[in-house]
Structures are given as structure tokens and as C-alpha cells.
Design a protein around this ligand. Structure first.
Ligand SMILES: [Zn+2]
Length: 315
């Protein structure tokens, strides 16, 4: 009896070893986690311009951190706990100062699922006042999709809700360095938050700015266009997008995003006025934009759908 149990166990161990080896083969090892110092004490990591895949290990959003004289603020933590740990190691390579804030710019999984890597630092997790509910209502699907797309690479990834909420503006003091946080009208999502580093004049726009990668509407097209007008008035020296090159040309990158979104609003409104169905709009609108944006085939039709659903209520 004991023997046969032992044998069964050995078989299980052998099977587990095979599964582990095949999982390792399926997922290439993580590439070194590169960060660029965009301004003194302000660092950013450039994500892959793609959806999450085993090859990119879910590292698809731009993330970063800001170093003061007292402590460090992290701005987004990446798409997995693994990426969060890599970001934490990159911080440790730069400074021994504690991480006092982990800022989440919005609910999307590629920006927040590395939070767990910072739990033992006991930071304040910071987000829009509308973030907790948005995260709670999407948690199951985000984690299910992550597991489906990444398998074991998703291990340890979880949603950690904000402990410090922002509604309007708030200032975080890192010691000799102030970050001004601001929430926005519903645009990319209903919980967008930006970070302005006074010291370097850098405005971290996260997913309110997409560069070269197509903007994705998961909130409101009308709200986003209004936010863009307000962002323009902030006249930052530098902007950091949530997706695309870290040295985003300013204001040309915002101009390009606005042109896409404004064109979408114009064409969808015209289609609705002509009495076209949502499907007709999807089949015809914005197709000439295809060569201008990465991931167009994945997100453009979804954008037309979102725009139609929003704008038909204007009529
Ligand atoms: Zn996003």
C-alpha cells in the first residue's frame, strides 16, 4: 500500500518535471529589463508594442519611477508580478531609498498587475477615486485572460486596489520633489490619472497618449477629445506615453492622436446622421488610417464600435 502510493507520487513528480520543462521551452526567458533616465531621477521602461504574448511576457506598457531625496514613486507596475519584480530590481540598481508610492494610472492589466512585487515595501498604492470599482468589476476577466495568454508567466499576478485615492488633483512629496497627480474626464477609461513631475517638467500621460500604437477607447471618445484640449494647456516640457516611444515628440504626438480620434468622431457622427448601422460604420470608417498605427487590426473596429455606441445617443 505504502509502496504503491510512493510509486504514484514518483510518477506525479516525473510528470511535474516534464510539464515544467515544456513550460520553460514554451516561454522564452525574460530579456534584461531596461530603464532609461529621461531626466535626472526620472526613469522609464519601454514596453513592447503588442498585445500580451508568452514571447513578450506581458511587458507591453511603458512603466517607470521617480526618485526624490526621501523615497521613490513607481508609475505603473507592468503586466505581471514578474515584470513588477524586474522593475523593482531596476529601482534597487539605482537607489536604496524606500518605495513610498505605487501609482496606477488606470485599471488596465498591463499597467497594474505587477503591483504585488511592491507589497512588502508597504507603499501607498495610489489611483483615481473611480479605480477601485473599475478594478473590482474587471478583476475576474483580466486575470482569466492573463492566465489564458501567458500560462505560468502569470503566476503571482494579482490586483491590489489603491489605498490612497485621488479625485481632482493631489500632490505627492518624494523629498525635494513633488508629483502632481490629476484625474480626468472619462476618456481612455473612466479612471485615468496623470503624473506631473514639477522638477523635470515631465507629464506622464500614460494611456491618455498613445504614440505610433493605435489609441484604444475604453471610456469616452468625447471625453478624450476634451481631455486632449486640457492637456495641451498644461504645456509640459516632456510627455511620456503609455504605449510607444519614450521620447514622444511634443506636441506632434498629441496632434496625431487627436487627429485619429477627431476623425473617428466626425465620421461616426456622419454615418449615424445618414442612418447607417453600426456594422456599416465598422466596415467603412477610418480604414485609410491603417498604415499610420500599429495594432490597427486589433483595436480599430473596436474603437468604431465604442464610438458608435457613445455617439448615437447624441442625436
Ligand atoms: Zn490602457
Amino acid at each position: 500500500m505504502t509502496r504503491s502510493v510512493g510509486r504514484v507520487r514518483r510518477v506525479h513528480f516525473a510528470l511535474a518535471a516534464i510539464l515544467l520543462v515544456s513550460a520553460m521551452r514554451a516561454a522564452p526567458a525574460a530579456a534584461p529589463f531596461a530603464v532609461t533616465e529621461l531626466a535626472p531621477g526620472l526613469y522609464a521602461h519601454r514596453g513592447h508594442d503588442d498585445v500580451a504574448t508568452p514571447a513578450n511576457r506581458g511587458d507591453i506598457a511603458n512603466v517607470g519611477f521617480v526618485v526624490g531625496t526621501r523615497c521613490v514613486a513607481v508609475i505603473d507596475t507592468g503586466g505581471t508580478a514578474e515584470e513588477g519584480r524586474a522593475l523593482r530590481a531596476a529601482i534597487r540598481a539605482v537607489t536604496p531609498l524606500p518605495v513610498c508610492y505605487v501609482i496606477n494610472t488606470h485599471m488596465h492589466p498591463d499597467h497594474i498587475l505587477g503591483n504585488a512585487a511592491f507589497r512588502d515595501d508597504h507603499p501607498q498604492f495610489v489611483g483615481s477615486a473611480t479605480l477601485p470599482e473599475a478594478e473590482a468589476s474587471h478583476a475576474d476577466s483580466y486575470l482569466r485572460v492573463l492566465r489564458r495568454e501567458l500560462g505560468a508567466i502569470a503566476d503571482g499576478s494579482e490586483i491590489i486596489a489603491p489605498t490612497l485615492l485621488v479625485d481632482g488633483t493631489a500632490t505627492l512629496d518624494l523629498g525635494g520633489r513633488q508629483l502632481t497627480l490629476r484625474t480626468w474626464k472619462t476618456a481612455h477609461t473612466n479612471n485615468d490619472l496623470t503624473v506631473y513631475d514639477e522638477k523635470s517638467g515631465t507629464l506622464w500621460l500614460a494611456d491618455l497618449l498613445f504614440v505610433e500604437c493605435i489609441p484604444v477607447i475604453d471610456g469616452s471618445l468625447v471625453g478624450w477629445l476634451a481631455d486632449i484640449a486640457a492637456i495641451r494647456q498644461m504645456k509640459p516640457r516632456r510627455v511620456v506615453p503609455g504605449h510607444g516611444p519614450l521620447d514622444a515628440p511634443w506636441p506632434a504626438s498629441l496632434d496625431a492622436e487627436e487627429a485619429y480620434l477627431a476623425g473617428l468622431a466626425r465620421d461616426v457622427r456622419a454615418a449615424i446622421r445618414r442612418g447607417e448601422t453600426m456594422q456599416q460604420a465598422i466596415d467603412t470608417i477610418g480604414l485609410d488610417q491603417r498604415d499610420k498605427w500599429r495594432l490597427f487590426d486589433i483595436y480599430h473596429r473596436r474603437n468604431v464600435t465604442a464610438a458608435y455606441a457613445e455617439l448615437e445617443w447624441e442625436q
